[in-house]
Ligand binder design. Structure first.
Ligand SMILES: Cc1cc2nc3c(=O)[nH]c(=O)nc-3n(C[C@H](O)[C@H](O)[C@H](O)COP(=O)(O)OP(=O)(O)OC[C@H]3O[C@@H](n4cnc5c(N)ncnc54)[C@H](O)[C@@H]3O)c2cc1C
Length: 298
């Protein structure tokens, strides 16, 4: 007979890992599914030192991810890597989670509850989704870190914190010219105040990734920092309500979505300011709600 897991958690970033560890310590039997070969999600791809989190001062995202992975292993969480969830079906009192595990044939696991912890991916240039262009980098993180900007001209697209933080980064790395193109500025005031007015261009933006021009000006590098979109492509079989920006809506007390026994945590739900601590906190809230549900403590 097929095993019935207490919870299948989709995504082993900080949110999913935290939920899995808590469920294990609460005496339940979760399965953690991760599309890549590592734990940590976006944190595992963040080479920068974290100055914000009091429990891991100045650790890089990669170090934080390694620590999370150690905790998952120590708790004895069943974790399947290279396991991309493709779709989900609801049975009368369980879920069938269909996945592609490595090179194996597609398979399915069954669970009493489902936790969506699939995070986000960077928004691409509108009209150019799925395409790659030399000189164009989409999203913050290791690719920017690994690029030599010395003496180059850089256009940063976006009005959020990432555009302004990476402006400082490319300038520190010797960029000759750096311009931020923002339709509207949403970044923290402290970041905005550090950018000379001549380097901030607001209003409409026209980008041609082939000729590497922005508003007709050529650049060596174009960094697309247009924010994030949730990883929910596999969700169509479940009727889960989304908010106006396309993120999964959840109940603040429990993290449950509009679908019974389906929980959403971390950046896929964007319940609170997105970062490692809030993602982990979400994981705790979901674990406690699932424990209450499965042990009739509600
Ligand atoms: C450059 C950068 C710097 C940052 N700096 C900081 C910082 O200093 N401090 C801080 O606290 N936070 C920082 N963050 C943010 C932090 O990394 C995220 O908020 C956090 O990782 C979100 O956790 P999550 O678990 O919600 O999602 P994610 O970390 O995105 O994890 C989601 C996981 O789900 C997996 N997944 C997706 N779809 C599927 C599927 N269909 N099947 C199976 N698995 C799937 C993904 O592979 C991924 O591992 C930074 C992020 C970046 C990119």
């Amino acid at each position: 007979m097929q095993k019935l897991w207490d919870a299948v958690i989709v995504g082993a970033g900080p949110a999913g890992a935290s939920c899995a560890v808590w469920l294990r310590h609460l005496g339940l039997d979760p399965l953690l599914l991760e599309a890549t070969d590592r734990i940590g999600g976006l944190a595992a791809r963040n080479p920068f030192a974290d100055i914000w989190t009091v429990t891991s001062p100045n650790q890089t995202g990669v170090q934080v991810a390694d620590q999370i992975a150690r905790q998952v292993r120590a708790a004895g969480v069943d974790t399947w890597f290279d396991s991309q969830v493709r779709s989900i079906g609801r049975r009368s009192d369980s879920f069938e989670v269909r996945l592609q595990r490595g090179e194996h044939e597609p398979m399915a696991v069954v669970a009493k509850t489902l936790v969506l912890a699939t995070g986000v991916r960077p928004r691409e240039l509108p009209g150019h989704e799925g395409k790659q262009y030399s000189g164009v980098i989409v999203g913050p993180g290791e690719q920017i870190m690994g690029t030599n900007f010395a003496g180059s001209s850089v256009a940063l697209l976006g009005g959020g914190d990432n555009a302004f933080e990476n402006y400082e980064f490319v300038k520190e790395r010797g960029a000759r010219v750096a311009h931020i193109y923002a339709r509207t500025v949403r970044a923290q005031k402290q970041f905005v105040d550090r950018v000379p007015a001549s380097d901030l261009i607001t209003g409409s933006v026209t980008v041609d990734p082939v000729s590497q021009t922005v508003n007709g000006h050529p650049y060596d590098w174009i960094l697309v920092l247009y924010g994030w979109q949730p990883n929910i492509d596999f969700l169509s079989g479940l009727s889960v309500a989304l908010d106006a920006r396309g993120f999964v809506q959840t109940d603040m007390q429990t993290t449950q979505t509009s679908a019974d026994a389906v929980y959403a945590i971390g950046e896929v739900a964007q319940r609170m300011h997105p970062c490692v601590p809030t993602a982990m906190a979400d994981g705790v809230v979901a674990a406690k709600a699932i424990e209450a549900r499965l042990t009739n403590k509600t």
